[in-house]
Design a protein around this ligand. Sequence first.
Ligand code: 5GP
Ligand code: MN
Length: 326
Amino acid sequence: MTSNLLKQAAAFIKTEDRFLITTHVNPDGDAMGSSLALGEILKMIGKEVVYYCDSPVPDQYLFLPGVDQFTRNFADIEPFNVVVVIDCGDLERLGDISKKIGETETVLNIDHHMTNNIPGELRLVDANACAAAEIVYRLIKELEQPITHAVALNLYTAILTDTGSFRFSNTNRAAFKMCEELVELGVVPQLVAQQVYGTYSEGRLRLLTEVLNSLEISPNKIFAMVTVTHAMMTKTRTGPGDINGFVDYPRFIKGTEFAALAREINEKKIHVSLRSKGKVDVSEIAERFGGGGHFTASGFNMEGTLESVKTHLFQIADSVEKSSQL
Ligand code: 5GP
Ligand code: MN
């Protein structure tokens, strides 16, 4: 992503009045934090901003400044002629709002996925960015706006969560540089960690025990996976937002190279989250099933049952070893 593109995006923003900011379904910290940070800046320069996300805000992100402005109701956001799509590489992952996107005049696309099929000319897409928040940060600097405490908290949370607390392969120098500045501006890391990682509901923890019980490991030990059924969520009174981060557990096992979490969306449709320790390109696996993502974190939706998905994934695990450089 060139500095010229940033300049173009900043110039464009200055010419428009009203912005819809939207992000992917089952939002994570980057989706929420990056959207709110940019929205706050746009308001500071006198713009009108509305926020849409197709899924409810997960409990652990309810502390983010401004998060109550997110709506799931089209009547709250229309009319709009500029859409800022943040942290989403796949139109389908926007949910219902994707149907409206062709109708709008301009799309500003801010993303850090390797594959990105969001339409539009203004593409601030950089797969080397640690999070969408890194691109939002650069845009804020280009707009020459000060980072308020609310913006700092949103950006910090986005970077913290998308880098897996500075553990994942997308953790780069910029992540530390930005966070140094954000802490200088008043963000208290312990307080953010407490909100994000220390506010599980009882149901969420009980769901985790069920999910861990479903653990299966491939015969060659390269692959491990867990599953989440509807029954588990009903029993523990939880929703999809409560599953965030659970896919990391099968990856924790010594010797596994990649891992999956398969969740029932309904009787016929499964969402699969894939994670890699860095040798297996899980985005390539996700693409085979019509999904996508990053080298070490990707996902896809598949028609079928949990059993059929498992069969596919274990076959892939078997072939990875046979074909492989591991
Ligand atoms: P998660 O496992 O948290 O659902 O998603 C991890 C990453 O995989 C996301 O950041 C996104 O890049 C990608 N991803 C997840 N689900 C899908 C999907 O259905 N389609 C595409 N293209 N990417 C997905
Ligand atoms: Mn995200």
